[in-house]
Write a protein that binds this ligand. Structure first.
Ligand code: BDR
Ligand code: CA
Length: 314
């Protein structure tokens, strides 16, 4: 039976690749895509999620809009990375498929309450606002979540928005604190790991050569996405962060990490949004997450290529 997932996201080119990977994977049953403000404002993230579903020929996937800003702080966005639309690169269109009327947080709560067998995994690709709000609104859902797999944080690698903080956690550190202290099994894909999965020229060319709309769209998105990171890091391409969340569900054996305690900094202005990772287990605090640090990047990209080949134009 396919594994039931909800994808919570703020597309974003790397979110888009993650969503496409999930849509191309029969092992996964996407119950819904819930959108949050992050890389760009909510009006754009929910629109982008629908564009991606239409691109994949899946307008049947329900898409919901959630929080339009973080729980406490003002919204910080990342147009300098993703472009004004959040999906700069390919030509975009106004999606025809509807946005569901239900609020994303209500959808998450309802879905977890009607799947009390612990079968639903939350895949979180953006700031944790929707997930924290769902846990605050309905604390009983915590025990019905199979696990949360999220992209966020960093330790040895430092931060990408401040020296200490990674974007998704920095945007809503208060929400992250709620989620990291909820006692739910957590798998964390931090910068330490995602900085190893780089979109090199050859890899982008492989998508372009697929000869499908999805392949070309992906190559155009990644072509735009890599410009910023190549300048910033001087690396061979951009880190493809969010697809690691989905790839982990499909190929857990290509990842390596450690169960650790992770606390979120919410007070210091200098290190706000930092994930304080007790890698050496010196704090005496119990483990609350698996912090992934190793990935076989060739296996990761081969998985993407194999799955994206399944998109053929109608
Ligand atoms: C994370 O922030 C966003 O810009 C990306 O989509 C990813 O989720 C990386 O820090
Ligand atoms: Ca994201």
């Amino acid at each position: 039976m396919a594994r039931k997932i909800i994808i919570d996201t703020d597309p974003g080119q790397d979110d888009a690749v993650a969503i496409l990977l999930a849509l191309a994977s029969p092992e996964l049953d996407i119950l819904g895509i819930t959108c949050v403000a992050g890389n760009v404002p909510l009006a754009l993230t929910q629109r982008n999620a629908r564009i991606i579903c239409e691109l994949a020929g899946r307008p049947d996937v329900p898409v919901f809009a959630g929080a339009s800003r973080p729980m406490v702080r003002s919204l910080v966005t990342a147009e300098h990375v993703h472009g004004k639309t959040g999906l700069n690169g390919p030509e975009l269109w106004e999606p025809g498929m509807p946005l569901r009327k239900e609020h994303a947080v209500d959808f998450i709560v309802k879905t977890l309450r009607t799947n009390r067998d612990g079968a639903v995994t939350l895949c979180v690709l953006g700031p944790l606002t929707n997930i924290a709000l769902a846990l605050i609104k309905a604390p009983d859902i915590a025990e019905h979540i199979h696990e949360i797999v999220l992209m966020g944080g960093g330790s040895f690698e430092g931060g990408n928005v401040t020296p200490a903080a990674e974007f998704n956690i920095y945007v809503d550190p208060h929400a992250a604190k709620v989620v990291f202290s909820a006692g739910i099994p957590l798998v964390v894909m931090p910068l330490d790991l995602t900085h190893q999965t780089l979109t090199t020229r050859d890899r982008v060319a492989r998508f372009a050569g697929m000869g499908s709309k999805v392949g070309s769209f992906t190559a155009e998105m990644l072509g735009f996405f890599e410009r910023f990171d190549m300048e910033k890091y001087g690396s061979a391409g951009a880190p493809l962060h969010d697809p690691n969340v989905i790839a982990y569900l499909l190929r857990p054996e290509i990842y390596g990490g450690r169960e650790v305690n992770i606390e979120i900094e919410t007070e210091s202005m200098l290190t706000l949004g930092m994930t304080v990772v007790d890698w050496w287990r010196v704090s005496g605090r119990g483990a609350n997450a698996t912090f992934m640090r190793e990935v076989d990047d060739h296996a990761f990209f081969n998985l993407l290529f194999e799955r994206f080949e399944s998109f053929v134009d109608s």
